[in-house]
Design a protein around this ligand. Structure first.
Ligand code: SAM
Ligand code: SF4
Ligand code: SF4
Length: 335
């Protein structure tokens, strides 16, 4: 499966819900996602069986890696049942999840691991309750997420990745404390440039702390060196602390776009496929899945055509005008 820019399809990201118990200011600002916001009704969501079918079809087309996301994926009841269904699909060799950690108890982490989850990323933006409470905007304390990281580790989901969004004036003061905390733990901290996803977070270029600025801050404290990517198309640039403190990553989608190697496709909770995180409309695959006349073969041909026509490169084409273009929200499609 190659798109119009010769990029192979590699990963599928599954957003299993558009709901979340956090209101991170860069993702689901309260003013928009308040009491009146209409989330998807249950009957609009793809069922676990529908998700299993579409993943099997993607696996037959060469996809090996799946990431569960949301909204908050652990708000979807019995998610471990879906994990078990996906883990047994031939060809799926890597099953991961990104979560805010709130519902990741020891028991849940063990259930997910036993069901076949291979890896986990937990999002955490700061280590002090004041900064983190302002970021998640619902007052969740840092300890709740640190406990989730411990639970994931105890369940054998290591190495754990920690996602930190760096937004100027909000979390940039946490770069050094976060690095200091996660050095020598075996967990891999990833600094993410604040992105202009969707249209609700009031993104401004001046709020982006670039990869270069992040590296500069870190290099005033520690000696660092870049390390080679694990595989082509890896989104994070990897670095390590020369004193043996471990590795960290920087995702520089704004300052150094990586569209030329992007092989990710995203499925929304109600079954729309997006070939770019900054897509507008998506492709209604649920209609295909719910049409009893359409065989797996026909659905596979439709997906192949969709990928073959793909020419997305939003981050390369980003200008001062593009942030205001109509785009799917991060909390809907899952990052
Ligand atoms: N709720 C889960 C979580 O927070 O881990 C999964 C979904 S969340 C949309 C996926 C990732 O996107 C998180 O690590 C989050 O920090 C990141 N994210 C959300 N909005 C972002 C933005 N505007 N720029 C960069 N990263 C963002
Ligand atoms: Fe929820 Fe994740 Fe978005 Fe925060 S980043 S509001 S936890 S979906
Ligand atoms: Fe991929 Fe679109 Fe992001 Fe470029 S902007 S890396 S094409 S998701």
């Amino acid at each position: 499966m190659i798109d119009s820019k010769q990029r192979p399809l590699r990963d599928l990201r599954l957003s299993v819900t558009d709901r979340c118990n956090f209101r991170c200011v860069y993702c689901m600002p309260k003013e928009v996602y308040g009491a009146k916001f209409r989330f998807l009704p249950k009957h609009e969501l793809l069922t676990f069986d529908e998700i299993e079918r579409i993943v099997s079809i993607f696996a037959s087309l060469g996809v090996k890696k799946i990431r569960l996301t949301g909204g908050e994926p652990l708000l979807r009841q019995n998610l471990e049942h879906l994990v078990a269904q996906l883990a047994k699909i031939p060809g799926i060799t890597d099953l991961a999840m990104t979560t805010n950690g709130y519902f990741l108890t020891r028991d849940k982490a063990i259930k997910l691991k036993q069901a076949g989850l291979n890896r986990i990323t937990v999002s955490l933006d700061a280590l002090d309750d004041e900064t983190f409470g302002r970021t998640n905007d619902v007052g969740v304390p840092v300890k709740r997420v640190l406990d989730a990281i411990d639970a994931a580790h105890a369940a054998g989901l290591s190495p754990i990745k920690i996602n930190m969004v760096v937004k100027r004036g909000m979390t940039d003061s946490a770069i050094i404390p976060m690095a200091r905390h996660f050095r020598f733990t075996g967990h891999i901290l990833r600094f993410i440039e604040y992105m202009d996803v969707g249209n609700t977070n009031g993104w401004r270029l001046t709020d982006v702390v670039t990869a270069e600025e992040i590296l500069h801050q870190l290099s005033t404290h520690w000696d660092l060196e870049p390390i080679a990517p694990h595989h082509p198309g890896e989104v994070a640039r990897r670095f390590r602390f020369l004193d043996g403190g471990g590795e960290f990553g920087i995702i520089s989608s704004v300052s150094q776009p990586f569209c030329h190697t992007c092989g990710r496709i995203r499925l929304s909770p109600e079954g729309r496929l997006y070939t770019c995180l900054f897509g507008h409309d998506g492709y209604d695959v649920r209609a295909l899945l719910r049409d009893p006349k359409l065989t797996d073969q026909i659905v596979a041909e439709a997906l192949t055509g969709l990928w073959n026509r793909r020419h997305d490169q939003y981050s390369v084409d980003r200008t001062t005008a593009t942030p205001s273009h109509s785009k799917v929200e991060m909390s809907h499609i899952g990052g």
